[in-house]
Design a protein around this ligand. Structure first.
Ligand SMILES: C[S@@+](CC[C@H](N)C(=O)[O-])C[C@H]1O[C@@H](n2cnc3c(N)ncnc32)[C@H](O)[C@@H]1O
Length: 221
């Protein structure tokens, strides 16, 4: 059961070029083999992962604002990945790596235990029909994976404009109380953290009059 349906869409000529020329610089191919983040980034700076970065604007902005941190972006949508590659070239970025693969498999097979300082999940596909809820990425099994790869003191930050998904996330994370502590206090959402740039899907949600909710949890020691 995947959390996405691939609608490939056409690549612009710029995005085609990005895959040909920039993938060797920024791209990481999927292989069911554990990564060494130090080797991947060429340094031991803290590593943050963004799951489902869409067009990558938020990831690029966070990477620009925090050059002393490393970022790994994981997204399945090719045009979005191409868009980010072009942005990284423009920014002359050196602290971002990109994967085009199912994040669930990347977490399960490639990320070492306690290797991340933070994971971002901004506006995940809401799968709003009840019969599709099982496709939502934030399930208890995935929370266990998050707990495995986030180091003690590291953070998981999610945002959504779908009220019932926010409620479900809150419930599942609260149930994982031995693993994660809510930074806002039990059951509470946090005010929009400054570090989260406005994303494309957030703008869309706001246009539709949706309220945005942020959840920030810390991996317990
Ligand atoms: C609603 S969009 C939000 C995009 C972006 N975060 C934003 O706020 O603009 C959700 C994104 O997650 C991606 N996605 C869904 N499941 C994924 C998975 N298992 N691995 C990687 N990307 C995934 C989709 O391709 C889509 O681009």
């Amino acid at each position: 059961m995947r959390s996405f349906v691939l609608r490939e869409g056409r690549l612009t000529p710029g995005q085609e070029r990005a895959f040909a020329e920039l993938w060797p610089r920024f791209g990481v191919d999927y292989a069911p083999q554990v990564l060494d983040p130090g080797e991947l980034f060429g340094n031991r700076n803290p590593v943050f992962v963004e799951i489902g970065f869409g067009n990558g604007e938020s990831l690029a902005a966070m990477a620009r604002a925090n050059p002393q941190r490393n970022y790994l972006g994981i997204e399945v949508h090719r045009p979005g990945v191409g868009h980010l590659l072009l942005k990284l070239e423009e920014d002359r970025s050196s602290n971002v790596r990109v994967m085009r693969h199912d994040a669930v498999e990347v977490f399960a097979n490639m990320l070492p235990a306690a290797s991340l300082h933070g994971v971002y999940l901004f506006f995940p596909d809401p799968w709003h029909k009840k019969r599709h809820h099982k496709r939502r990425i934030l399930q208890p099994a995935f929370i266990d994976q998050l707990a495995r790869v986030i180091r003690p003191g590291g953070r998981f930050h999610a945002a959504t404009d779908w009220e019932d998904y926010a409620t479900q996330m809150m419930q599942s994370l609260t149930e994982a109380d031995q693993l994660f502590e809510n930074t806002a206090g039990t059951g509470a959402f946090v005010p929009r953290p400054d570090e989260r740039p406005l994303t494309k899907f957030e703008r869309r949600g706001l246009r539709l009059g949706h309220e945005v909710r942020d959840l920030v949890f810390v991996r317990r020691e």
